[in-house]
Structures are given as C-alpha cells and as structure tokens.
Design a protein around this ligand. Structure first.
Ligand SMILES: Cc1cc2nc3c(=O)[nH]c(=O)nc-3n(C[C@H](O)[C@H](O)[C@H](O)COP(=O)(O)O)c2cc1C
Ligand code: SF4
Ligand code: SF4
Length: 259
C-alpha cells in the first residue's frame, strides 16, 4: 500500500519519528504540513495515511487541525497517528483527530503517544542530557514496534487521560491565538541577525525589518524560533531565561526550515 505521512515538527521530535518510519516502511513518503498548507495542497491518493505531530496543550497543534480539516483522502484504507510529547497519555489529540476524520466518514485505525523530550520551555527546563539519551532509546524501541504494526495494518488505540480538562485548556489556548507571541522578546544585544528564527517559523509570523525578529501576532506557539536561535536571544518573558534550548539530536535545524 502506498503510504503518505504528514508531519508537523518545530524542534525535530516529530520529524525524527516521520523519517524513522519512512526509512523502515515500504513505499512511504513524508510531507511537511506547513509546506503543503502554503502550497494549498490538500489531497492525497495514498491508501495508508499517517499524521505525526507534537502534542500541543493536550491536543492537536493548530496547523494540524487546520490541515486535516481540509485534507481529501479518497483512497484511505488505514489511518494512523503519532503524537510526540513530553508526558504521554495526558490529553486528547487522537479523540480530536478522530472527530475531524468522522466528519469525512473516516476513522483512525491506530494511534500512539511517543514520549521524547518536552520543548515547552515555559513550563520547565529541557531534560538533562542523560535523560534525553534514555528517552531516545525507548522511543526508537517503540517506533520499531509501531512500524511493524503499521506494516501489518494492525489496529491500536491508546489511553487518553483528563480529556475534559484537556479540552478546556486547549480551547482557551486557541482563543488566545492573537496573543500567543505577546511575551516573546529579543535581546538585541545578543542577536546576530542571522535570520534562523524567521526561517524556522512555519507561519511567516516573524519579520526582521531591522535585522532582529518582530512578531506579527499570528503565532501558533510551536517555539521553533526560541529553540533555534544560536545566541539564545529569544525568550518568552523572563520564564525561559537560562533554560536549555533543544532540537532533536538527529535533526539539523535546516531540515526544519521552510517545513
Ligand atoms: C505550545 C506547546 C504545548 C505543549 N503541550 C504539551 C502537552 O500538553 N503535553 C505534552 O506532553 N507535551 C506538550 N508539549 C511538548 C511537545 O509536545 C513535545 O516537546 C514534542 O515532542 C515536540 O515535537 P517537535 O519537536 O516535533 O516540535 C507542548 C509544546 C508546546 C510548544
Ligand atoms: S535566530 Fe537569534 S540571532 Fe538569529 S536573527 Fe533570530 S533572534 Fe537574532
Ligand atoms: S513565531 Fe516562533 S513560536 Fe510562533 S509560530 Fe513562528 S516560530 Fe513558532
């Protein structure tokens, strides 16, 4: 079966998982969701379809929601989803995805949380390197199992805990969309005007008329700009100051640009 995997990734965890499956499964291509949205491509003729994305506020990232709502999948026979996350099982990304699919008379056949490393720096610092190594080891082991199940079209559902409170947090977050970047600041004394923050932004929310980033208030809070800055010049208020930036160790920042 021809397989198309649609991914969204700010700091590489979900791209790593998508690349792993592309290298493991037969006849598989991977596609960046923000790139397809920009090109206005919302159709696939694949029979096996996967969505890989970070969990955002207990649910789907805004762009994934928007993309799947518009995606036409006339040949879909098997649909799977993987949510990369810091803390698995808390949230409802698969319930939300299924609700969108149900409106198209489709349903998810398999779903998994894949614990990697949290990039949500506003909550806590990035995990220590030794912890990251352990998470990577377990993630790879789980991905091998996931790949074997996907290749056999196996059904799989997963726990989703705290669905009602998760929905409330998620909906409140989406309602604040115009304000999501309001606390982002750039320390111009550190900024070297390299433009990486602008390149990584999946929605063109960064302009640099004077070299340093200025946010345009249609952010999806992926945190790519904050993590990619080589000088740690970008912060969200004071809370992220001094916290370790993170990009998946097997992903080059350039693989995330224009993606
Ligand atoms: C706005 C935002 C909200 C997040 N919410 C959650 C969450 O509810 N649960 C969780 O486990 N991780 C959460 N995370 C962490 C990411 O899901 C996790 O780091 C993910 O693997 C990042 O994937 P990426 O590197 O492909 O962008 C959140 C991250 C961001 C930026
Ligand atoms: S990535 Fe950092 S150093 Fe480069 S332009 Fe953006 S804020 Fe400045
Ligand atoms: S401004 Fe930064 S956090 Fe917001 S969408 Fe762009 S890269 Fe992501």
């Amino acid at each position: 079966m021809k397989t198309a995997i649609f991914y969204f990734s700010a700091t590489g965890n979900s791209l790593y998982a998508a690349q792993f499956l592309k290298d493991t499964l037969d006849d598989t291509e991977i596609f960046s969701i923000p790139a397809l949205i920009r090109q206005k491509i919302f159709t696939t003729d694949a029979e096996k379809i996967g969505f890989i994305f970070p969990q955002h506020y207990f649910g789907l990232p805004i762009l994934v929601e928007e993309f799947v709502e518009r995606l036409e999948m006339p040949n879909a026979k098997y649909i799977f989803a993987i949510a990369t996350c810091g803390v698995p099982y808390w949230g409802r990304p698969f319930t939300d995805l299924n609700e969108i699919l149900a409106k198209k008379n489709l349903r998810q056949n398999a779903s998994w949380f894949l614990r990697l490393v949290s990039n949500y720096l506003m909550l806590r610092d990035t995990a220590a390197d030794w912890r990251i190594k352990i998470r990577y080891w377990f993630a790879e082991r789980k991905l091998k199992k996931i790949a074997a199940m996907i290749s056999q079209n196996e059904l799989h559902s997963t726990w989703e805990v705290g669905k009602n409170s998760g929905k409330k947090y998620h909906d409140d977050w989406e309602r604040r969309r115009a304000d999501l970047d309001k606390n982002f600041i750039c320390d111009v004394s550190k900024c070297v005007k390299c433009g990486l923050c602008e390149k990584i932004c999946p929605v063109g929310n960064i302009q640099r008329p004077h070299g340093s980033p200025e946010w345009q208030h249609h952010c999806v809070e992926c945190l790519g700009c904050l993590h990619v800055c080589p000088k740690q010049a970008i912060d969200c208020g004071d809370v992220t100051k001094g916290r370790k930036r993170y990009i998946h160790w097997q992903i080059k920042p350039s693989e995330l640009f224009n993606a």
